[in-house]
Design a protein around this ligand. Structure first.
Ligand code: 13P
Ligand code: SF4
Length: 334
């Protein structure tokens, strides 16, 4: 543990200063963060653990993460890790996905209450009832579920998708009739980019669904030349204002690779911190929408997860096997 840090030598404070949140990341709090980072780093070694974190996590979580990415990247990485324990710093469906793809590993989430409003908007029984009813009209109907769903829903899904591959997956499945679950905004985005018949489930993400197009227009007026990047969980009228519709990691690549110097980032506001850390030479304006589920994950919680081995994700073996088939199918098609 680094107890020798002084007010003058907090390297972390120097780096976090660019986030412009000195009240949260003061010199004192950065010193405390550095101590926790050192403690967690030692625990990871001792417990043979790897930390995978989603792009929306708090900046201090990135300091202990072995890998940071979007849902698709986390799913892929979760399948391939060598360590016996995975600590998933993200929301519960992400930890479940890691467990589904690595059933013999111990998967921990620092706070099992970190849910997702999309995952809450569909349950397996309701999905099976709707699918069976629709198959009377469309016998070839395929169920495509966003990964923001529970393991039980994935288990009754034909193929999963994420924000970065939804259009591709729908294009690749062998049917013209798709029941797309659970995000109606992502379904509308996919529908606009395919000739297939998309039947949408009526769910939404409470974070993205709140964002309105007039905010974007006002920012564009004030900053001509700004590039607007939006997440496909946003409403159609919001996406219509965007220069690019991308997953969270897609936004990072876009900001890095395009000439523009200023971006309006229309998604959960934590992504702007990640962008500032990854592409410090550019400027990011954010839609101030916070996912309170993502923010339930903290450094003390991550340390305690490693010490006490909880909250551990455990899944019914049969559910796990069926859910794995729909995830593997996505990885194969995508
Ligand atoms: P990404 O897959 O783009 O990271 O999105 C996950 C998510 O939950 C967005 O709200
Ligand atoms: Fe779920 Fe929305 Fe939070 Fe993403 S931002 S984890 S979709 S509630």
């Amino acid at each position: 543990m680094s107890t020798a840090a002084t007010k003058q030598d907090s390297e972390l404070f120097d780096r976090f200063r660019s986030l412009g949140q000195e009240t949260v990341y003061s010199e004192e709090s950065c010193q405390h963060i550095e101590e926790l980072v050192a403690e967690i780093t030692a625990l990871k070694r001792e417990k043979n653990a790897v930390i995978l974190a989603h792009n929306y996590q708090r900046p201090e979580i990135f300091e202990v993460a072995d890998f940071v990415g979007d849902s698709l990247e986390l799913a892929r990485r979760g399948r391939d890790v060598a360590e016996s324990t995975i600590v998933l710093c993200g929301v519960h469906f992400m930890a479940e996905t890691a467990k589904i793809l690595s059933p013999d590993k111990r998967v921990l989430i620092p706070d099992a209450r970190a849910g997702c409003s999309l995952a809450d908007s569909v349950d397996a029984d309701a999905l099976v009832a709707r699918r069976d009813e629709l198959r009377k009209v469309f016998p070839d109907l395929v169920v495509v579920s966003y990964v923001n769903t529970t393991a039980a829903v994935k288990a009754v899904t034909d193929v999963c998708c994420t924000s970065s591959n939804a259009v591709k997956i729908v294009g690749a499945v062998d049917s013209n009739n798709i029941l797309f679950v659970p995000d109606r905004n992502l379904a509308a985005y996919v529908s606009a980019n395919t000739a297939k018949n998309i039947i949408a489930w009526d769910g939404d993400c409470y974070v993205h669904h709140q964002i309105r197009p007039d905010v974007i227009r006002k920012v564009r007026e004030a900053h001509p030349g700004i590039r607007v990047v939006a997440h496909p969980e946003c409403r159609t009228d919001v996406l219509a204002e965007a220069d690019a519709v991308l997953s969270t990691s897609g936004m990072i690549r876009y900001a890095r690779d395009t000439d523009a110097a200023e971006f309006l980032v229309v998604t959960e506001c934590g992504l702007s911190d990640r962008l500032l850390m990854e592409v410090p030479e550019k400027r990011f304006y954010k839609a101030c929408q916070l996912c309170h589920y993502m923010k339930m994950i903290t450094l003390p919680g991550t340390r305690d997860a490693l010490i006490h081995g909880k909250d551990e994700v455990s899944l019914d073996r049969e559910v796990c096997d069926h859910a794995r088939a729909s995830l593997e199918r996505m990885i194969e098609l995508g």
